[in-house]
Ligand binder design. Structure first.
Ligand code: HSE
Length: 337
């Protein structure tokens, strides 16, 4: 399976490491043999139809900040749309940073890839938060598979858990912690009295935060994930404009301490029921949604089974890279018959 990577940040680099370290296992257990024939970052593109040297690509990115170390394969200044048009491959993996004004450059990458007949794996929330119904239609029209499990829950398979494992139950509402960075910040404020600013700086250093960290703390990242989950699981047609959004920036150390003294904790909760909203809410310490650090927790209100809660790591390169592998396995299965 020939793959082009759009974006070479934390998630794509972790994915490249998985391909190098787990290659034989993926081939043996799943018949998955990803050959990375193209990599594009914000400076340029590298491609080689025989497969790029991933160790060299990682070394180049770490030492030079670009893919220039890939010598003859490197095309400085070539952008993603151009690279998708130039490269022969089966799958485009879109991992560029989420951008919520126009969804770019991810939206153009996804559209170009589909129009070229490429299957798409997308971990970038921007294109989906802005144009999910249209992209799903475009994928159908071009008869390609569109997978985006890494957009919600990082490595935790929230979307397919709800869609496949809860089949037969009616899902009446969704409520959850969907942003690892804000949960990490609130956890450290509560447990260690760390300031929001310092905890955010740590989350950025550890690779959890968005390229624009206001998306995390202002609730926009949670809103994106709520839109994607609701559209996928409940067949709604929401976009981010339909969500009432309030983030954690006004939560103080005193608020957190007061909640603690009452057997509660403050969490950034996204919910869909009669309306879609994101806001800080008090949660009982004993409630399943009280998860710490970068964990996400999502509770599906199902009929007749009641609340079903899924918990797992929601941010981080290696975690999200597993979602890319999962989506590629699904694409391979769809075409291996
Ligand atoms: N910044 C996001 C988070 C990354 O903290 O949850 C995963 O989508």
């Amino acid at each position: 399976m020939r793959v082009t990577l759009l974006g070479f940040g934390v998630v794509a680099r972790s994915f490249a490491e998985v391909v190098m370290s787990e290659g034989p296992k993926l081939a043996k257990e799943y018949g998955l043999k990803p050959k990375i024939v193209g990599i594009v970052d914000s400076h340029g593109a590298a491609f080689d139809k025989n497969g790029l040297d991933l160790a060299k690509a990682l070394e180049s990115k770490s030492k030079l900040g670009t893919l220039a170390g890939l010598d003859g394969s490197y095309h400085e200044g070539m952008d993603g749309v151009h690279a998708i048009r130039e490269t022969e491959c089966e799958v485009v993996v879109e991992t560029t940073p989420t951008e919520l004004k126009r969804g770019e450059p991810g939206l153009s990458h996804v559209k170009t890839a589909m129009i070229k007949g490429r299957h798409v794996v997308c971990t970038n929330k921007g294109p989906l938060a802005i144009a999910m119904p249209a992209l799903i239609e475009l994928a159908h029209h071009n008869e390609v598979v569109f997978k985006f499990s890494g957009t919600v829950g990082g490595g935790t398979p929230v979307l397919d858990f709800a869609k496949r494992c809860l089949e037969g139950s009616e899902i009446r509402g969704i409520r959850g912690i969907l942003n690892g960075t804000s949960n990490y910040i609130l956890t450290r404020m509560a447990a260690e009295g760390v300031s929001m600013k310092d905890a955010l700086a740590d989350a950025q250093r550890l690779g959890y935060a968005e390229a624009d960290p206001t998306y995390d703390v202002e609730g926009l990242d949670t809103a994106c994930k709520l839109v994607i989950t609701s559209n996928y699981v409940l067949d709604s047609a929401l976009s981010i404009k339909d969500v009432d959004i309030r983030g954690i920036t006004k939560v103080t150390g005193a608020d957190v301490a007061d909640a603690s003294s009452k057997g509660e904790t403050i969490k950034l909760i996204g919910s869909v029921g009669s309306k879609a909203k994101v806001s800080p809410e008090r949660v009982k310490l004993t409630h399943p949604l009280n998860v710490s650090g970068t964990f996400n927790a999502i509770c599906f209100d199902t009929h007749p089974s009641g609340e079903v809660t899924l918990v797992g790591k929601g941010a981080g390169g290696p975690e999200t890279a597993t979602s890319v592998v999962r989506d590629l396995i699904d694409i391979r299965r769809a075409f291996a018959r």
